[in-house]
Design a protein around this ligand. Sequence first.
Ligand SMILES: [Zn+2]
Length: 137
Amino acid sequence: MPKFSQESFSKLSTCHIDLQTLFYEVIKHFDCKILEGHRNQVEQDRVFTDGKSKLKWPDGKHNATPSIAVDVCPYPVPDFKNLSDFVFFGGFVMGIASMLKDQNKITHAIRYGADWKNNQRISDEKFIDAVHFELVS
Ligand SMILES: [Zn+2]
């Protein structure tokens, strides 16, 4: 069974318990890597400048303590050009999230960064963040 690396484990531990519960379930079935949990001001400024986030500190969900967003991708990490590899994983995560919510194992719904509208379509999105998962309050 796949397991998180120490680095992934540390990053996931900066996240809300629902995100931890979700990804400890996901990795039993689908190997993955935690790219980012909590993001401090310097890190948020950097991703904003790079255009990877639309939000300035402290408005990002990664800026909360604990973080209410997490960036995760399949492992081994696919080529970033191959969006479908990331979205395939994202769909898998959303299925597990839906199941855990129904079982009351997590208390928040999850929104995926390739489906901001939460309508189970990615084709109608202008800004795709295919590694981003966040709690819906
Ligand atoms: Zn993110």
